[in-house]
Each structure stands twice: as structure tokens, then as C-alpha cells.
Design a protein around this ligand. Structure first.
Ligand code: GCU
Length: 623
């Protein structure tokens, strides 16, 4: 039975209703305790009110960070649930004992992956129980939520001994309401985190990056009014330079007056939400300065309703396709792109905060980019928001990476959920120009159905951004002497992207100067991955791939740049990748040592010769 996304969401809504005690259910909810029915298949993050995902702009809310050292128990054989470690019991009688305690043992930094914090956890794939105590003042007339920026890869959340939420997906936020479940002192929060790879997961059993596990982003206790602005979406019309569309959703299906202000544009609109708690308005904005890479203008925007007010800085831009060109604010724009994983190589760990965002983005800026492909999954909000402040267009994608179980209904529902959580978190970020739905998938009816459904979901939430997917199906057709690709799915996309490693995985069939492409000729084409490996400081022949030398990588870049001039519908390029990154795929004992060395910058932050070639190419493209 195909579990549609809406069916999954209905189930989540029902579970949430039970958790909030508003309806009795067969979930085992007992008097005064709300327990979510959790099958082996973990539930997506619990829904809340009108919005099937976490509240928008959590950093603009009244929150307390629950970051810092958490106590942990490593549970390789998954015994902790049976032992009910989440109840944190202590012996009360002489004959009582418990074979666990969270006190005095291992501790992990939150946010942060566990792999980089203890050598013995470097390769760990399994369950780790995180726990901490916290006090909470439950103000009358207020609601409280626990909000997780991301937990990799799946988790169950327990509060004061009760299971209150579950979530699957390592790169998007979720929340759970805890109003009425908190004690003034000493609340015990326990999170069962598991990063085991499974065939029905996204990504699935094998992927070319490190399988970091842990509570990898901020954890917050958020206080909001009884009825609050749970979601809003404010953006420029897809094509018109001066019409803004705004929609507001309240946490509850009630009619309330809502006010929208953009002071610098002299905009004030009074709205009234309908019986579903929703309202929308469109209006002309005179003298609007559109956001662009050269002028990343952001406006203060605030939305308020009785008792609640939320504000943030929002930019307005148009991004659209015209034939084979990508237009930003009506201007044909070549995408000078780069990719990076959410990883700080020097720390050998997952990036999570502002300091990390500054390091990654400053190196991208130095290369001269106007776009970043945040590979291969939604990255943290610090990176997204800082890129926006810097005027860098973003491609964000969900990790539908190569071998996904496209015929599994549960996997489909997970992908829909991840895409929804990604879009709902970032659709007010004008820097995001592209939503990516897949990387290197193979043509099949199941794959086409899976991705078509994702595009429908995406376009139902956000009609203005460009939808893209990366393919690795381009081949050299001897009979025509051209590079070609035949995948019947590409017509469904706004932009087609191709990963092609000429000079690395694929020797040149012709001289780069004769490498003519005839790929999706009537659509914009982005080379979303190209490149090759080099060990920083290793020198050798520019003719030998196996030299892993800076000279060979530099020559490879020069050859690919030559090829780019023979791709008539080329709308952008993105080298793979900015930094060397960790991958269990990479076995070579001296050239790789568990690192993918395609970085233009080494794992120690040193620029390789190819970096300068790419920087010069982008300088030329900018003129
Ligand atoms: C693929 C894939 C990347 C991978 C790269 C490589 O194209 O999309 O995730 O890291 O190739 O082989 O280095």
C-alpha cells in the first residue's frame, strides 16, 4: 500500500493530537501521560497545529539554547529501550540496582557529531543515548516546544520518562510541544539517536561522505504565545520586479488580526486570518531594491498578531529561466558555483555553527563564486543565512543520492517529508534559488514516479524557485562525436545538472577542444560536478592520473575549462569540491587515507594549484 505523504501526515497529526492529550487514541496514552505510538518505523517529527513542520524562523523567537555537554550512553546492541534508560532511575532500596547511569560517564558536545569527539566513535554506527537536565518556567498563557535543528539520522525523544516524539532525517529540523509536560526544576530530556544506514533510508546504504551521527545542530526550548505565527512566506513574484506575495499561518485554526510591516518600503498591511488560521495578501512595492549577488539587500520584515510578533530580514529577487539562460532579476547570470559538504576538515567533524559558516563561506568567497551547491543535503541555518547576507545564491537538496529504494512507499514518504521540512525552513531565504531533488539517479519508472511526486510536493509549497537534479549519464557518442545524455525525466526540471569527471573517471575520448556537448540543448545546463583528486603538496606528472599530483589536477581543470567553451547551453559550473572531505569510499593508503581528495583546498585549509586556475576562470566569467 502506497503510504501517501498526506496519509503519513494524518498519522502524525493523530499522534500529535494524542500526545497533546486532546483525543484518546490507541497509542497507549495513559492518564496524564502522552505516549506516541511508535512502531519500528520511526515517525517523522511530530506535527503541530496548522503547519506539518517546525515553526518558521525559530531564531527569531523567545528561546533558550540547550546546547553544551550532554551525558551519553553508547548502546551498540540497542538494549537501552528495554532497560528504559530514558527513565534515569536510581536505586531506592538496598536490593535495587541499575546497569546504567548517565552520571559520571562519557559526555558529548551538543551540537556536534560523536565521530569527531572520541577516537573510539570515529566509525561508530549505532545508538547513542543523550541526556541532560534542565529547568523550565512554564508561563501561564504560553506554549513551549523543544526544537532540534537536526539529529543524524533518526531519533526518539523522551521527556521525564515519556516518549514524546520521533524523527527520521539527518538534516532538517523538527519540534515537539511540551506545554504542560515540564516541571519547574530538573526536567530530564533523553534522546535516543541512531545513525545506522538502512536500505529504506535517505541516503541509503552507501554514500560518498562520512556517516556522522549525533545531535548535530542546536537544541532549543522555545516559548511562544497560546496562538502564535507558526509560519509565513514572503517573497517577490516569480517574474514581476515589484509585486510581493505574503502568506501567514497561525498555530491554530482561528481568525485573528495580523499585521505585516516592511518599514523601509513603507508597507503595512492588516490582514485577518480565515477559519483555518491563514491569510495572504499581494501588493506592489515601490522603490524595491532587489537582492542580488552584487547587492544582497535585505529588508526588516515583521509579522504580528495578538500577543505574538516575529521579525527577520528578508530579501526579494526574481530567479527564472529564459530558454537556456538563468535570469536573476531579469539579468542573464552565469552560475560561478562551488560545492562543499557540511564538514570542517581540520576538525574532522560536521559543521554546525556561525564560526563554521564563516570559515566555509570565506573560502568560497575567495574563489569568486556567486553560488554554492550545499551538497548533498540541507545544511544548517547559520550557513544559509550568512550566505544570503554575502549575496551567494544557494542550491539546496535532499540526500536522494544514487541507490535509493524508489519502489518503497515508506522511503517515498520520507523523501516528501525531508523536502517539505527543507522548503518550509528556508523558503523565506531569497538566497535559495534552486531546490535539488536527486543526485545521480538511474532512469526507471519507479525513479520517475518518485521524483515526479517530489516535484509536485515542492511546487505546491514554493512556485518560484528553480527545480533541479544532477545526473551522471552523459556519455561520448562516437557516431555523432558529441557528448550526449538521454534521460526522459529531464523535461520535468527547470534546470538540468550534470556531474561529469572528464580526465578523472573518464579519459578524454577527444581533445578537450573538440569535446562538443549536445545535452538537453533547450534547457539551461549546469555542470554540477567535475574535477579530480590531488594530495596537497604532492607533485608529479601532469599526464598521470595516478600521480594524485597538484600538477595533474591543475591540468585537469584547464582541460575541463576548455571543454566548457563547447557546451552551448552552459549556464554554470561547480567544481567538485571546495575542501577535501572524509569518505569511507576512499581506501588508498597514502593518497587518500579515508579522504576524498577532490578538494581545491586541502583538509588543512591549504589551496592547491587548481584553486588558482578556478579563481582566474571565475574572474574572467565575472567580466
Ligand atoms: C559523485 C557524487 C559525489 C561524489 C563524487 C566523487 O558525482 O555526486 O557525491 O563525492 O562523485 O566521486 O568524488
Amino acid at each position: 500500500m502506497k503510504l501517501s505523504y498526506l496519509m503519513v501526515m494524518a498519522f502524525v497529526f493523530a499522534a500529535q493530537a494524542v500526545a497533546s492529550g486532546t483525543v484518546s487514541g490507541s497509542s497507549g496514552a495513559t492518564e496524564g501521560k502522552a505516549v506516541l505510538a511508535v512502531s519500528d518505523e520511526t515517525l517523522p517529527g511530530t506535527a503541530q497545529g496548522n503547519v506539518p513542520t517546525a515553526m518558521t524562523n525559530v531564531y527569531g523567537r523567545d528561546y533558550t539554547l540547550l546546547n553544551g555537554k550532554w551525558n551519553v550512553i553508547v548502546d551498540l546492541y540497542d538494549q537501552g529501550r528495554k532497560m528504559e534508560v530514558y527513565r534515569n532511575r536510581k536505586p531506592q532500596k538496598p536490593e535495587e540496582f541499575y546497569e546504567y547511569s548517565f552520571d559520571g560517564g562519557m559526555r558529548l558536545n551538543v551540537p556536534g557529531d560523536w565521530n569527531s569527539q572520541y577516537p573510539e566513535l570515529m566509525y561508530y554506527e549505532g545508538t547513542v543515548w543523550y541526556a541532560r537536565h534542565f529547568d523550565a518556567v512554564q508561563e501561564p498563557g504560553k506554549r513551549m516546544f523543544l526544537y532540534f535543528g537536526a539529529v543524524s539520522y533518526r531519533c526518539n525523544v523522551y521527556l521525564n520518562g515519556d516518549l514524546i516524539a520521533s524523527h527520521e532525517g539527518g538534516f532538517t529540523p523538527f519540534q515537539v510541544e511540551v506545554t504542560g509536560h515540564l516541571r519547574p526544576q530538573d526536567n530530564f530530556l533523553c534522546v535516543e539517536v541512531n545513525n545506522r544506514r538502512t536500505a529504506d533510508a535517505i541516503p541509503a546504504l552507501a554514500f560518498d561522505w562520512w556517516n556522522y551521527g549525533g545531535i548535530t545542530r542546536d537544541v532549543m526550548l522555545v516559548t511562544v504565545p497560546e496562538v502564535y505565527v507558526s509560519d509565513y512566506f514572503i517573497q517577490l513574484d516569480k517574474h514581476r520586479p515589484d509585486v510581493i506575495h505574503a502568506s501567514v499561518t497561525l498555530s491554530d485554526a482561528v481568525s485573528r488580526e495580523v499585521r505585516l510591516d516592511i518599514p523601509e518600503l513603507g508597507i503595512s498591511r492588516d490582514l485577518v486570518t480565515d477559519g483555518k488560521g491563514q491569510a495572504s495578501v499581494s501588493f506592489k512595492a515601490k522603490k524595491l531594491q532587489r537582492w542580488s549577488p552584487d547587492c544582497p539587500k535585505l529588508y526588516d520584515v515583521s509579522i504580528s498578531c495578538s500577543g505574538d510578533s516575529i521579525s527577520e530580514r528578508i530579501g526579494f529577487r526574481n530567479i527564472e529561466v529564459d530558454g537556456t539562460r538563468i535570469l536573476v532579476n531579469g539579468e542573464p547570470t552565469f552560475m560561478r558555483c562551488i560545492s562543499f559538504h557540511e564538514e570542517i576538515p581540520q576538525r574532522m567533524g560536521r559543521a554546525f555553527g556561525m564560526a563554521d559558516a564563516q570559515m566555509l563561506l570565506s573560502e568560497a568567497e575567495a574563489l569568486g563564486v556567486n553560488m554554492i551547491r550545499l551538497a548533498h543535503y540541507p545544511q544548517n541555518e547559520y550557513t544559509v543565512r550568512l550566505a544570503e547576507e554575502k549575496g551567494i545564491i544557494l542550491w539546496q537538496e535532499i540526500p536522494v543520492w544514487q541507490g535509493i529504494n524508489f519502489s518503497d512507499a515508506g522511503t517515498q514518504a520520507k523523501a516528501e517529508r525531508m523536502l517539505t521540512e527543507m522548503i518550509m525552513r528556508d523558503r523565506n531565504r531569497c538566497a535559495v534559488g534552486f531546490w535539488g531533488v536527486a543526485n545521480e539517479t538511474k532512469p526507471s519508472p519507479e525513479r520517475n514516479a518518485f521524483l515526479t511526486s517530489l516535484l509536485e510536493t515542492g511546487r505546491s509549497l514554493d512556485t518560484t524557485r528553480l527545480y533541479v537534479a544532477a545526473f551522471d549519464l552523459v556519455y561520448f557518442e562516437k557516431s555523432t562525436g558529441h557528448f550526449e545524455m538521454h534521460d526522459d525525466f529531464t523535461d520535468n526540471l527547470d534546470v538540468v545538472a550534470v556531474n561529469k569527471y572528464m580526465g578523472w573517471y573518464h579519459p578524454w575520448p577527444v581533445d578537450p577542444s573538440e569535446a562538443v556537448w549536445d545535452v538537453c540543448a533547450d534547457q539551461p545546463l549546469i555542470i554540477s560536478e567535475f574535477g579530480g583528486e590531488a594530495l596537497y603538496g604532492q607533485h608529479g606528472s601532469s599526464d598521470e592520473t595516478s600521480s594524485w599530483s597538484e600538477e595533474y589536477q591543475a591540468r585537469l581543470y584547464r582541460d575541463n575549462i576548455e571543454m566548457f567553451s563547447h557546451i552551448p547551453n552552459l549556464a554554470g559550473v561547480s567544481p567538485w569540491i571546495l575542501f577535501d572531505f572524509r569518505s569511507p569510499y576512499r581506501f588508498h593508503p597514502t593518497n587518500q587515507e579515508g579522504w576524498n581528495r577532490k578538494g581545491l583546498v586541502s583538509d588543512q585549509g591549504q589551496r592547491k594549484a587548481a584553486w588558482y586556475i578556478m579563481r582566474d576562470y571565475y574572474r574572467e566569467k565575472r567580466q
